[in-house]
Ligand binder design. Structure first.
Ligand code: ATP
Ligand code: MG
Ligand code: FE
Length: 334
């Protein structure tokens, strides 16, 4: 069955088309430039941009795949979590398409979709797997017995900032543009991780994370440099901050696999695009005999393919569709 996926939880209008686990189209319209001068996403601007971009982005996906509306067998949409107004636009559009085309609607969880997108590249996820979900608003370790059926249990999560949020805040204090992940990733390649920033919760035995103390430590270090009248070694600060983040993320992911006797780790969410996270996870998983799965960088940040991917898994697994009055939920639990 051909599944049309619609994603509008934040600032990207994403549309994907997936049939039987194969990605046929992935189109994106982003309002990121409209938010850039505010240093963060403005919900009202995002919602308005989704409204304008929705129909053209769906049409572009269909023409990219050489398909028509009537070829669609099911519609999947991010029902939450995310920005309420932004989600509403996607959910309303998905209901309209499902109703007009006479096909079932599948409301999907945004974070589960960040994990599900990996199946487009690496095939079905063996159950159980451990998932490290690291994005702009969330950072969690999950035990995933069956993604299609929504069997996902949280093992731990950040107690304060998400990993992506830490990247965005540190980038801002280093004078880099929003979103901060890509510029820090690039800057870090020219630096050395020689500044000993703290690894919060690294040895606390839980699967929780904490990144707000790290962000504060970076701010203090940069301020002290300024007071001393010395230039800030931006590349070294970026590399050191990044090393502190990915050290804890990868160590806890491997520990979670060990604790649960699981030999597959999948990493999803925007921060999974990070080159150092990918490299260190690869090295540590190899040493521990764990199979690592990470989607290509372009599929890590928000997109429609991930929603179509999870919708397709649900359809193929015979998961019943959602009612046509399914709400958009900004706080949808996993
Ligand atoms: P959520 O999925 O929690 O609702 P979101 O959808 O806004 O949040 P994503 O699109 O998954 O988040 O990811 C965006 C985040 O990923 C941003 O914080 C961004 O800085 C970060 N990011 C993107 N690329 C990289 C990279 N190469 N290195 C580190 N972080 C990155
Ligand atoms: Mg985004
Ligand atoms: Fe996301």
């Amino acid at each position: 069955p051909l599944v049309l996926g619609i994603e509008t939880s934040c600032d990207e209008t994403g549309v994907g088309l997936v049939r039987g686990g194969v990605l046929l189209a992935d189109t994106l319209a982003s309002s990121v430039d409209e938010h850039a001068r505010y240093g963060g996403v403005i919900p009202e601007i995002a919602a308005r941009a989704h409204l304008e971009a929705m129909v053209p982005t769906v049409d572009r996906a269909l023409s990219q795949a050489g398909l028509r509306h009537r070829d669609v067998d099911a519609v999947a949409v991010t029902a939450g979590p995310g920005l309420a107004g932004a989600l509403l636009v996607g959910v309303a559009a998905a209901k309209a398409y499902a109703l007009a085309l006479g096909v079932p609607l599948h409301g999907v969880h945004h974070l589960a979709a960040h994990v599900a997108v990996d199946t487009l590249e690496h095939g079905p996820l063996p159950g159980p797997s451990i998932a490290l979900l690291v994005s702009g608003g969330h950072s969690s370790l999950l035990l995933v017995p069956d993604l299609a059926r929504g069997e996902v249990s949280p093992l731990g999560a950040t107690v304060d900032d998400a990993a992506g949020e830490a990247y965005d805040k540190v980038a801002r204090l280093l004078g880099m543009p929003f979103p901060g992940g890509p510029p820090i990733d690039r800057a870090a390649r020219d630096g050395s991780p020689t500044i000993p920033f703290p690894r919060a919760k690294a040895a606390d035995g839980t699967f929780d994370f904490s990144f707000s103390g790290l962000k504060t430590a970076v701010a203090r270090w940069v301020e002290a440099r300024g007071r001393a009248g010395e230039p800030v070694p931006v590349a070294d600060v970026a590399a050191s901050f990044q090393e502190a983040v990915v050290d804890v993320l990868t160590a806890k992911s491997v520990a979670a696999c060990r604790a649960h006797g699981v030999d597959t780790l999948v990493i999803g969410g925007g921060v999974a695009a990070n080159s150092r996270l990918r490299a260190l996870a690869e090295a540590r998983c190899e040493a521990a005999g764990i199979t690592l799965r990470v989607p290509r960088p372009g599929l890590c940040t928000d997109n429609g393919a991930m929603v179509a991917a999870l919708g397709s898994l649900q359809v193929e697994a015979g998961v019943p569709p959602s009612p046509l009055d399914i709400p958009a939920s900004s706080t949808l639990p996993l």
